[in-house]
Design a protein. Structure first.
Length: 80
């Protein structure tokens, strides 16, 4: 394997690891926040609107981390 092929392989592996591990955490966080919100709404339906607002904020913050991981993976693929 020559140096150029090794560099390309390293870029692909690095982008895969960065994208994969960077998106697992937010996915788990979104699932757990949805689970907690549904359990809370099931126990106390009067707080649905307030809880829904907070849940949407938490999901937006978690999703921003996943988008950041995607940007890093693309930078590893195309900019380096």
């Amino acid at each position: 394997m020559d140096a150029e092929a090794a560099k390309e392989l390293g870029k692909l592996i690095g982008a895969g690891i960065a994208g994969g591990t960077g998106m697992i955490g937010p996915g788990i966080g979104i699932g757990l926040s949805g689970l907690g919100a549904l359990i809370s709404i099931g126990r106390n339906p009067e707080v649905t609107s307030t809880l829904q607002t907070y849940m949407i904020l938490v999901i937006a913050f978690a999703e921003s981390l996943a988008i950041f991981a995607l940007v890093i993976a693309f930078l590893l693929l195309f900019a380096i």
